[in-house]
Design a protein around this ligand. Structure first.
Ligand SMILES: Cc1ncc(COP(=O)(O)O)c(C=O)c1O
Length: 389
């Protein structure tokens, strides 16, 4: 039986001197997946022409087929992009918005994605509507209702996270997609955190476009996101970089977007194998139970709220920082970044401080190499002052 926690640490490249509680931001991969990616790069360098012309097209399709199977999709509907940011831009920048069209999203959408939405809206005269989802969110209804209230006859596109970034909550995506569909509204789902984090049946959700990072929770090298489009919605988009496959259909267009390092994509099957070797459900259960227990300890000792009801949480949890830590600085992105780095330097703990609606929140992640004692020093923030600004 695989033991999780510290016993698994040596299978990762993590510096033993740090306490890594921020898997959610950029992920990290086990040594065996690192070796697979290294092997891909060595085979590539041995004969670049042969690799690109003879090996890559088939190898990429094989990797996409493994990913498709992992998310219950048809291989013909799955391709790869560099990251979730690219996935979001792919859809947003391909669609044709008119003045007064509305793009509906939420106050919890990822900052970079909000920027992309604002960019396409600004260019076309469309309007951005940000539904105010509360924090903490105490039920799925508390998430669903403000978003449902944000629809109007002019809504053209709904952009929702499956798991939000700063606020780490799981959105009721199937219910939201159904609501949008009934109003003839197309849906793009940002599943940046989802592969390897939640069980995922992408076609069942019923959106038009869905993408998710493999480099976060699926143990794949950076940058690597899978990108799914329903067969009908495939016809509405093109890759960010239009290349030789233009006009030849979804797979041909997306599988070649110019010369790049394919090692992350070709290592996805190894990431899936690693995840499965530990037991997919066991990984999810371990991570969720640990995140929840850590969050509850932090919230209790700090006397502060946790981000969401337990049923809305996965392997990440957010807790509002104690009052003495709020005084570190104004609750804006720059302060949060500085405090995140200051904590890493002073305590050798990597976590993520993020601003949300007038307060600083602390997000910790739980991965298979973590165990309860990893969170002790964070719980003790209740009795300590933040590092000097
Ligand atoms: C919800 C969400 N969307 C998009 C992203 C961007 O991911 P990437 O930097 O891999 O593009 C993140 C990253 O944390 C995220 O949490």
């Amino acid at each position: 039986m695989t033991e999780f926690g510290r016993a698994l640490r040596s299978r990762f490249l993590l510096d033993p001197e740090i306490t890594f509680l921020n898997h959610g931001s950029f992920g990290t991969i086990p040594r065996e997946v690192f070796a697979v990616a290294d092997g891909v790069r060595q085979r590539f360098e041995a004969n670049p022409d042969r690799f690109i012309r003879e090996i890559l097209p088939g190898a990429l399709r094989e990797a996409a087929a493994r990913m498709a199977e992992f998310v219950h999709a048809a291989p013909a509907d799955v391709t790869f992009v560099d990251n979730a940011t690219a996935g979001a831009n792919t859809v947003l920048r391909a669609l044709d918005f008119q003045p007064n069209d509305e793009i509906l999203t939420t106050t919890h959408a990822y900052g970079a994605v909000i920027n992309a939405i604002r960019y396409v809206a600004g260019r076309s005269g469309a309007k951005v509507v940000e539904a105010p989802v509360p924090l903490p969110a105490l039920s799925a209804d508390a998430i669903f209702e403000p978003i449902a209230a944000g629809f109007s006859p002019r809504t053209k596109l709904l952009v929702i996270d499956h798991i939000t970034s700063a606020t780490a909550m799981i959105f009721p995506v199937e219910r939201l997609v159904k609501h949008a569909r009934e109003r003839g509204v197309r849906v793009m789902i940002d599943g940046a955190h989802v592969p390897g984090h939640l069980p995922l049946d992408v076609p069942k959700i019923g959106a038009d476009w869905y993408f998710g990072n493999c480099h976060k929770w699926l143990f794949s090298p950076r940058g690597c996101a899978f990108f799914w489009a329903s067969p009908e919605a495939q016809t509405l988009i093109h890759p960010l970089s239009i290349s030789h496959g233009y006009g030849k259909g979804f797979i041909e267009e997306f599988d070649w977007t110019g010369t790049r390092d394919p090692a992350p994509f070709l290592s996805v099957p190894a990431g899936i194998d690693f995840h499965r070797s530990l037991g997919e459900a066991k990984v999810r259960d371990h991570n969720r139970a640990l995140a929840l227990a850590a969050g509850q300890r932090m919230a209790q000792r700090w006397g502060e709220p946790m981000n969401a009801a337990p049923e809305l949480l996965g392997a990440m949890v957010g807790v509002r920082l104690p009052e003495r830590w709020q005084r570190y600085g104004a609750p804006v992105r720059d302060t949060a970044r500085k405090l995140t780095v200051a904590i890493a330097q002073a305590h050798r703990i990597n976590l993520n401080i993020m601003p949300f609606e007038g307060a600083l929140w602390c997000r910790v992640s739980a991965q298979v190499y973590n165990e309860m004692s990893d969170y002790d020093a964070v719980v003790a923030f209740a009795e300590t002052d933040p590092p000097p600004a």
